[in-house]
Design a protein around this ligand. Sequence first.
Ligand SMILES: [Cu+2]
Length: 109
Amino acid sequence: MKPNHIFAAALIAFSAGAFAQSTAAQPSHAAGAAASAMTSGEVRKVDNAAGKITIRHEELKNLHMPAMTMAFRAADPKFLDQVKEGDKVNFVAERVNGELTVTKIEAAN
Ligand SMILES: [Cu+2]
């Protein structure tokens, strides 16, 4: 094999690797879109001091979590004023820095 053939082979291998990486990135992009789907729930408690909202929630598919009642950190302190105990809500929960966090919340109609 002449040196320029070795270079060509290395270039092809590199391109194939780069292609594999770009296609592998697509499933996670799709998962990101699914994560923004709203889940319904009912506010059980608003803890201003802790910055947490307890929600009785339906299944959270993006977090692989069945329906339950649990406390979430509020991504934005405004959320604590936007909802109160007993409110029916639609929300998005995501794992942010290892903490289950409400990243979007709105009153359910
Ligand atoms: Cu839960």
